[in-house]
Design a protein around this ligand. Sequence first.
Ligand SMILES: [Zn+2]
Length: 74
Amino acid sequence: MNLIRLLLLALAIWLFTLVIKRYLALARRKRGETPRIGAMVRCAVCGLHVPEAEALKRHDQYFCSTEHRDQASV
Ligand SMILES: [Zn+2]
């Protein structure tokens, strides 16, 4: 019986940390911070700076959106 209680407690703690982590990640996103961002790159069309991970790349150029990527190819 004690073991089951212990397991339930561990489960509760695990769920609790999961919720906290999700909450912290959401709060961070709301503040506009992206965790572990790499280099910022510049959109070749409008000059907007976007994280490299979110930028669209074609050849040696980066773009902020699909619209700008398509615009540049015309
Ligand atoms: Zn752009």
